[in-house]
Design a protein around this ligand. Sequence first.
Ligand code: NAD
Length: 455
Amino acid sequence: MPTTENALTVIEPANERVLAEVAQTDASGAAEAIGRAVAAYPAWRAVEPRDRSLLLTRVSSLIEERLEDLAVLEARNAGKPIADARAEIGIAADTFRYYAGAPERLLGQTIPVPGGVDMTFREPLGAIGLITPWNFPLAIASWKIAPALAAGNTVVLKPAELTPLTALRLEEIVLEGGIPEGVFNVVVGPGRTVGEHLVTDPRVAKIAFTGSTAVGRRIGALAAESIKRVTLELGGKSASIIFADADLEAAAAAAPGAVFGNNGQDCCARSRILVERSAFDRFLALFGEATAKIRVGDPLDRESTMGPLISAAQRESVSSFLDGADVAYQGSAPSGPGFWFPPTILTPASTDDRAAREEIFGPIACVIPFEDEAEALRMANDTIYGLSGSIWTRDGARALRAARAMESGTLSINSNWSVRVQSPFGGFKQSGVGRELGPDALDYYTEVKNVYIAT
Ligand code: NAD
C-alpha cells in the first residue's frame, strides 16, 4: 500500500467515493522508468519481427480474456456506461492485434540511383514517452503503445491522474504476455512533474501526447529544446453539416451519439450542428426527441446510456457555458452524489457565441442554421480546430466537395463514425500534429534511414 505522501486517490465519478489508492511518483520516478526503457531497448529492437508479432498477439488475447474486468474498472473510473467501456476495451484488444501484423511489414524501398543501390529502412526511435488523457483511457493508450512496440521501441506511459487504473492493469498483462521487463513501463503522477520530465529528459526519443491544446502547446515548446519528435492529438470543435436533402431522421437519430457520447467528453464530438435553414426546425424537433431517449445514470446499470462527468471541476467548467445561453432542450440527470450533467441543446445566434467556439468537453450541443453550401463550409472552417466532422446529404458530389473543403483530419459522410483501427486519425490546424492508427501511425514511431552501396 502506498504511503500518504505518494498515494494518489482515485475517485469514482458516479458516487464521489474512493475507488482506489495508487502509488504515484515524481520526476525521479519518471527518470527511473526512462532508465528501464532505455536499458531494455537494444534487446527489444533485436527481437525477431515474427516473435514481436506473436508477443503483441498474446497481449491482445489477454486483454480480450480480461475484457469484462477491465470494462468494469474503466466504467467505474471514467464514469462511462458499461456497454461503451466494453467496446473501448475491445478497441484496445483490436489495436494490439492490428499492430501485431506490423513488425513483419515494416518495408523499405529500393531507389534507382547512379552507380549503386540505394535503399531505405524503417528504424525504431528508442525509448518513447506517452502521455494520455482521461476520456478514453485504455483505448487511447493502446493506439500509442501497440505501434510503438511493434516498431521496436520501448515505452514509458504516463496516464491521466484521474484514470490510471486500466493502464496499471495493462502493465501486468504485458508482462504476463511475455514481453520483457522494461519494455513497457507505467508511471503515475502529475503532468507538471512526471509528464514534463518525460518531455525534457534527453534520453526520451519522442513524445506522443493526447490531451488539451493548451498542454499540447507547452509540450511542443519544451520538446523543441532537444528537437524531440512529437505527435500531438489535441482538442476539437467539430461540425456536422446537415443539408436539407439529407435523411433527416437518420441524421437526427445519430446526432445524440455524436455529441453526447462519452458525455460529450470526446475530442471528436460534433458539438456544432450546422443545419440548412429550410430543415432547421424539423431537425431540431427530431434531435430533441432522440436526445430525450438518453438515460443518464449509474454506469454499471445496463439501462444507462450516459454516465457522470469526470470530476467536479469538469462539471463547473461545462456549466459555465449555460450562462445567458438559449437552451432549446435539457434532459434530466441524477442530483448527486456524482458529477452529473444533463444532455443539453443550445441554439446560439451565430458561430461567434462562446459555446459555439470553445471546446466544452461536456454534453452540450449547439445547433445553428446556414443558408447555403458556401456559408456552411465557411462556418465549419471558422475555428482554430480541425479534428473531425460529418456531412449529411443525399447528393454524392456535394458530399465529396464538402469533405474536400473541410479543414479537418477525419471526416464521415452520412455517418458520425470517426475512429477505426485501420484508418489514420488526427487533426488539422490546432487539433494536432501527426496521425495515429492505420498504417500511417507507424511512420510516427520509426525513422527512415537511407543506405547507399556502390556497385
Ligand atoms: P490534459 O491536457 O489536461 O491532460 C492530458 C495529459 O497530459 C494528462 O496525462 C496530464 O497529466 C498530462 N499533462 C498535463 N500537463 C502537462 C504538462 N505540463 N506536461 C506534460 N504532461 C502534462 O487533457 P485532459 O483534460 O486529460 O483531456 C481532455 C483533452 O484531451 C481535450 O482537450 C480533448 O479534446 C483532448 N483529447 C484529444 C484527443 C485526440 O485524439 N485528438 C482524444 C482525446 C482527448
